[in-house]
Write a protein that binds this ligand. Structure first.
Ligand code: S3P
Length: 164
């Protein structure tokens, strides 16, 4: 069985849904952001500021590569799909669930978050990022789950049914 990944934009609930799914399916959860922070010994804003986004993406991709043949659930960072190598890994070795939220819901959930460097930009840039990313999620997703009107337990039910 391929590992189950949750992909999607910042703030769609990947970590929350990942935790609930991990309980329901009795499989361990790996959060790529947490793994990066652990491996690097510094926060995400520090990594972005001192080493840049390209470096962050490289570490993110190696962490994904390490999970390839494991029986677990992976909650990914929203930008993982911007890296070509990561997209190839996702497409070939993972079962990908795209948690898709509307821009309005994302904006309500994350407002001005200091922990997300790529959200600390003008609104027009946020919208552009949101739209650009949707195409990338779509390119690797095995399933798209619209999250705006579903509770966490409903999302978990739906994902479990599709993860056969
Ligand atoms: C990012 C999303 C973040 C984190 C980093 C970059 C992005 O993860 O990986 O700030 O480029 O969308 P979340 O999706 O968990 O916020």
């Amino acid at each position: 069985m391929k590992p189950l990944t949750l992909i999607g934009f910042m703030g769609v609930g990947k970590t929350t849904v990942g935790k609930a799914l991990s309980q329901k399916l009795g499989k361990p959860l790996i959060d790529t952001d947490q793994e990066i922070v652990k491996y690097e010994g510094r926060s995400i804003p520090e990594i972005f500021a001192d080493s840049g986004e390209a470096y962050f993406r490289k570490v993110e991709s190696s962490i994904l590569e390490d999970q390839m043949d494991k029986d677990l659930i992976i909650s990914t960072g929203g930008g993982i799909v911007t890296n070509e190598r990561s997209r190839e890994y996702l497409k070939n070795f993972f079962h990908n669930f795209w948690l898709d939220a509307s821009l309005e819901v994302v904006e309500k959930r994350i407002s001005d978050d200091e922990e997300r460097p790529l959200w600390k930009v003008k609104r027009e840039a946020r919208i552009e990022l949101f739209n650009k990313r949707r195409k990338l999620y779509e390119a690797v997703a095995d399933h798209r789950i619209s999250v705006d009107h579903l509770e966490v337990n409903e999302l978990v039910e739906e994902i479990s049914k599709l993860y056969l």
